[in-house]
Ligand binder design. Structure first.
Ligand SMILES: [Zn+2]
Length: 397
């Protein structure tokens, strides 16, 4: 079906609930007019009015006739068209920013990686991301009106403050700079939260409580409960890297002693191995050595797993999660890391929740942060209310 049929202008009352229809199709709960009418408890003719608008917008497409109905009549099926719009996603790091244009399923259509200097300030760095977004859209030939929103993942505030102590790196500053560029919803969050949300979206088992641990140069975690990221009252939930473990007096970047980051992060392991004469320049090298069977590196990762597990044992008792997913360089040495985490959780958590939790490598690899940022945009941009509002705007163009 053409995405540009002669457009019949619908009165606003005949768009209401179109967003709910889109959501039912997008989540795979219904894909025919009859199923939609049953789900919503409304007449088929009412569903058809909304479908007309959704099909004209290109957000839904009609496939078929592909299926045979109960009386042998061919039935057309509806499907969500993720290419009907795009998101702009960015993953900010300490030394670089990765920018991407994704479709509405979170699939990356094009991306770039650009070096940055976080000490120059948030606005100059966001200007770099904005310039990259503009070039990517141009390269793809995407109409800027198709951009549904912008999602940005940032390192934890403590981490940014360590590298750029005099710079305002608050999420609000980043959000304002992007909102001034383009009048679309902007979502800025900690990278660990977007990793967790992306993991939730990528999984098919929809765990009620999901803990996503980033075990890389630093350690952090994101918590998703019933599909929502737990932010905390100061948006600082998940900072397990700054929980004290054991009797260590190792100084941490936050000013305290013996934090998990100072003891078990990839950076800490690399430092310790180098002190022992091992050529381990960074977290990734530590994981590569462990995977290759290097005894000291393997032991270091396993010990780090035990320390991380010690902190996670409290999390397991507190939240009774279904899944702990592991992401980051240290997770590339998953055998040793998971073994260490399991040991500590089995020893220190209550047996019930400890037995329930599955500890697994993350579903997504290097693109996980961008995917999470894109899906955060999609989750909001394709909510029923947002879709109804978007269709009304389209109608008035
Ligand atoms: Zn600390």
């Amino acid at each position: 079906m053409s995405t540009e049929p002669a457009r019949r202008r619908m009165p606003p009352s005949r768009i209401v609930r179109a967003g709910e229809i889109l959501e039912l199709v997008r989540r795979g709960d219904a894909n025919t007019t009859g199923q939609l009418a049953d789900h919503l408890g409304i007449a088929r003719s009412t569903v058809n009015d909304r479908l007309e608008v959704l099909l004209a917008s290109g957000m839904l497409s009609l496939d078929g006739p592909t299926a045979v109905g109960s009386r042998g009549r061919p039935a057309s099926t509806l499907s969500f068209n993720p290419r009907s719009g795009v998101t702009l996603a960015a993953q900010l790091g300490i030394s670089g920013v990765r920018t991407a244009v994704t479709d509405l399923s979170g699939e990356i259509l094009a991306s770039t990686m650009t070096d940055i200097d976080v000490t120059t300030g948030a606005v100059p760095v966001i200007d770099v991301a904005i310039a990259e977004f503009g070039q990517l859209l141009e390269r793809l030939g995407v109409d800027p009106a198709q951009v549904h929103g912008i999602g940005v993942g940032m390192p934890a505030r403590i981490e940014l403050a360590t590298h750029a102590p005099r710079v305002d790196w608050s999420g609000e500053t980043v959000q304002a700079a992007l909102a001034a560029w383009r009048a679309v919803p902007v979502f800025v969050d900690h990278d660990v939260n977007l990793l967790a949300f992306g993991e939730h979206c990528a999984r098919t088992d929809e765990p009620e409580v999901l803990i996503s641990v980033k075990a890389g140069t630093v350690i952090g975690c994101g918590v998703v409960v019933n599909g929502k990221v737990v932010q905390g009252v100061s948006r600082l939930a998940g900072e397990i890297g700054h929980t004290r473990v054991g009797a260590s007096e190792e100084p941490c970047s936050c000013g305290n002693l013996g934090c998990l980051n100072a003891v078990a992060s990839g950076a800490a392991l690399a430092l310790r191995l180098r002190a022992g004469g091992v050529d381990a320049p960074n977290a990734r090298a530590v994981a590569a050595l462990a995977r290759a069977g290097h005894v000291e590196a393997g032991l270091a990762v396993r010990m780090a797993g035990r320390d991380i597990g010690e902190v996670l044992a409290s999390v397991v008792n507190l939240l009774n999660p279904a899944v702990i997913s592991l992401w980051g360089y240290l997770a590339e040495a998953e055998d040793q890391l998971i073994a260490g985490i399991r040991e500590s959780i089995a020893r220190s958590a209550q047996s019930g929740p400890a037995g329930d939790v599955r500890i697994e490598p993350a579903t997504m690899g290097a693109d996980a942060g961008l995917y999470g940022a894109a899906m955060m945009v999609v989750e909001h941009a394709l909510s029923p209310a947002a879709v109804d509002a978007y269709l009304l705007t389209m109608q008035s163009v």
